[in-house]
Design a binder for this molecule. Structure first.
Ligand SMILES: [Zn+2]
Length: 390
């Protein structure tokens, strides 16, 4: 059996390493090497694998198979020496999120009795699912405050291996479902968890934990959180948004919310005013149209919305008994209030569809859309004949 020294456990802060290549495996476009010792963490325990380079060649994946750690590379390596460089920002990020998760889970467990049922550590987000169907905003704030208090108290994070007879005496947060020795991650005196991940040396190195979203998930609560640099970047992004909004609205950050509520209220009032004025304008136009012509009214109002067209038709029909045919551009709007039994929906169905028109409606009002302007003209000509001849 090959014994590989897992330096990511014993020296988690080591970022470069000179070592030996024990074996090369190049088959099916897969370039794999086994190293004598490694600083690259393989995928496992909910934590994604490390990245970096070996002899300048990009590392694509690291995984453990039958106790051997395999490093998959972009291209094959030559010789038996390996200079390894770890993608440190990625590793530090994983350590901050993973240790932050242990701390957050321990606070939920110790203060409220909620178990952590699952943990996700991804590039997009980190979350835990906890064993409660609801989590109030007040509890959420208290847990966040307690977690950050523990970060600022700078507690050591220890890792060690225990035999079964030893770990039975330790208050593990989660009982392991496998036999044999266990690697324990302890937040000193506070939390004891079986875990194979990499961790910071002190809670202070988590930096900050911010709970960003809480949602119901399969009878549990999914808590999204950010730790360390992720939280700092998120703060920077949100600060920039606040600054931009503040300068656009010309108010300090503390007044943003009140000012936005005021702007939205004014917008609603203006929309109501606009709606009323549009109605008045349509009544005015309708008066002019009725005074200058007679039914059927063929009107050309390109650029008007359907809503405006309908308002104008209603205004005309409120003044007189008539048929209105309105050309809104690509769309025609038809309406009438005659007692002749004229069915506009039926008329569209019978005569417009054969010309490629799409639409329909009721006896009193109908709409039809033509992609081809020449077909629209033909339908309008037909309407002239049908309605004037009526
Ligand atoms: Zn863990």
């Amino acid at each position: 059996m090959v014994f590989i020294c897992k330096l990511y456990y014993t020296h988690p802060w080591l970022q470069e390493l000179d070592t030996k290549i024990l074996s090369h495996h190049n088959e099916d476009d897969q370039h794999l090497v086994v190293l004598e010792e490694t600083i690259f963490y393989p995928t496992g325990g909910g934590q994604p694998h490390d990245l970096g380079t070996i002899n300048g060649v990009a590392l694509l994946d690291v995984f453990e198979k039958d106790g051997v750690i395999l490093h998959r590379l972009e291209q094959a390596l030559q010789g038996d020496s390996a200079f390894c460089v770890l993608d440190w920002p990625r590793r530090l990020d994983h350590m901050q999120q993973h240790s932050g998760q242990h701390l957050l889970s321990s606070v939920f467990h110790d203060t409220l009795g909620y178990r952590t049922e699952s943990f996700h550590l991804g590039e997009e987000y980190c979350s835990i699912d906890i064993s409660t169907p609801v989590l109030s905003a007040e509890v959420h704030r208290k847990v966040e405050a307690r977690v950050n208090e523990l970060i600022f108290s700078s507690r050591p994070v220890l890792t060690y291996t225990l035999r079964p007879e030893e770990y039975k005496k330790v208050p593990l947060r989660k009982i392991p479902n496998r036999a044999g020795d266990l690697r324990i991650v302890e937040i000193e005196g506070l939390d004891y968890s079986p875990c194979s991940g990499t961790h910071v040396a002190s809670t202070a190195q988590i930096g900050l934990v911010k709970l960003v979203k809480v949602e119901k998930y399969k009878g549990m609560t999914r808590v999204y959180f950010l730790c360390g640099n992720r939280a700092l970047r998120d703060y920077g992004r949100k600060h920039q948004i606040c600054q931009d909004l503040g300068s656009q609205l010309s108010v300090p950050e503390t007044e943003l919310s009140a000012r936005l509520a005021l702007e939205l209220e004014q917008k609603r009032e203006l929309e109501q005013q606009l709606h009323r004025l549009r109605g008045e304008l349509m009544n005015f136009r309708a008066g002019e149209i009725v005074a200058q012509g007679r039914s059927p009214f063929f009107l050309n109002v390109p650029g008007a919305s359907i809503e405006e067209g309908q308002m104008l038709a209603r205004s005309i029909l409120a003044l007189t008994n008539a048929v209105v045919v309105m050309d809104l551009g690509e769309r025609l709007l038809l309406a009438h209030n005659l007692k002749t039994g004229l069915d506009l929906g039926q008329l569209v169905k019978e005569h417009a569809q054969s010309l490629g028109g799409k639409g329909g409606g009721s006896a009193g009002t109908a709409q039809v859309f033509f992609a081809d302007p020449s077909q629209r003209s033909r339908f309008l000509d037909l309407l002239q004949v049908l309605l004037i001849g009526d």
